[in-house]
Design a protein around this ligand. Structure first.
Ligand code: HEC
Ligand code: HEC
Length: 253
């Protein structure tokens, strides 16, 4: 079964109301976000003089690799691996997905918070939090980052978009039909960069033993640096099949 949750991309960070007027969606509201932050405050500090508490400070969390706040010693192995092994970078999008379901996105996290259920709440909270990451350049690249402008910038999240959180079950990953389909797609679209005969340096040799299925799915779906995104090329089933293939015994780059 596929779980769909509303997915948000901060397309624009708005500094002026004239731009606000052109955007159909309700803007995120940092004032409401501050109110919602009360749910985090027992564990997380932010702002001037913030120190680590039960959780790390959320100053500069946008643009931080997960699990790497300096001086915070209590990260779970799950969170540290998400950062150092899977290169998870906190952005509007990844924070959105995390806050919608921390345990689903980072299985094994010790963050004792079940997540925010409403899209608007996550939007509002992120609009509030982003002000504490003044050096962050949003994924859209459209914000001129400036600390005093940050408070006035509102991420606009597209509610009609949805993020796919695929269930990559053992049964699916071992499904022969999926593995075969994945193998065909690999030969057509991936081998010329990742294959043994690819031009050296074009792409890293994959190390499937190190990967969790969700990581491979994320990379295929959204790309990363020079790795292209395949979301608009392959269907969800095709991307899942690629994961099954890469992680299978049949994988032969
Ligand atoms: C009961 C305590 C608690 C609450 C409530 C809580 N958190 Fe956390 N949070 C943590 C802990 C502990 C971690 C570290 C988790 C780990 O290492 O697995 C964490 C990690 C995080 C991270 C990852 C930070 C990093 O440096 O990688 C973010 C982002 C975050 N929390 C945001 C929030 C937000 C936003 C809220 C409120 C909506 C919230 N948390 C509520 C305890 C909490
Ligand atoms: C145009 C060349 C290119 C193509 C085509 C390509 N990739 Fe990649 N891929 C890359 C590069 C470059 C990276 C390394 C990105 C980085 O970490 O900076 C990468 C990274 C990855 C990673 C993460 C590896 C790691 O250890 O961090 C996975 C998984 C992956 N690719 C799978 C695929 C799959 C599956 C396909 C086919 C659908 C594919 N790639 C097609 C260039 C490519």
């Amino acid at each position: 079964m596929i779980k769909l949750i509303p997915y948000a991309v901060a397309l624009l960070l708005l500094a002026t109301s004239s731009i606000v007027g052109k955007v159909a969606n309700a803007a995120a509201n940092p004032v409401k976000g501050e109110e919602l932050f009360k749910q985090c405050i027992a564990c997380h500090a932010r702002g001037d003089g913030a120190e680590h508490g039960v959780g790390p400070t959320l100053n500069h969390v946008f643009g931080r690799i997960a699990g790497t706040a300096e001086g915070y010693a209590n990260y779970s192995e799950a969170m540290r691996n998400k950062g150092t092994a899977d290169n998870l970078l906190w952005t509007e999008k990844s924070l959105y997905i995390f806050l919608a379901g921390p345990e689903r996105y980072v299985p094994g996290t010790t963050m004792g918070f079940k997540g925010l259920r409403k899209e608007q709440e996550i939007k509002d909270l992120l609009a509030y939090l982003i002000a504490f990451s003044p050096a962050y350049t949003p994924e859209s690249g459209q914000l001129v980052a400036a600390s005093d402008a940050a408070a006035a910038t509102l991420p606009v999240l597209k509610s009609e978009d949805e993020v796919e959180l695929p269930e990559l079950t053992e049964a699916f990953l071992n499904d022969d039909a999926a593995i075969t389909l994945g193998g065909e797609l690999w030969a057509k679209q991936c081998r010329h960069c990742h294959g043994s005969s690819a031009y050296p340096g074009k792409a890293p040799k994959l190390k499937p033993a190190r990967y969790k299925p969700e990581f491979v799915f994320d990379r295929i779906t959204d790309g990363f640096r020079k790795m292209p995104a395949w979301k608009s090329v392959f269907t969800l089933e095709e991307r899942k099949a690629l994961v099954a293939y890469v992680l299978s015994r049949k994988f032969s780059p």
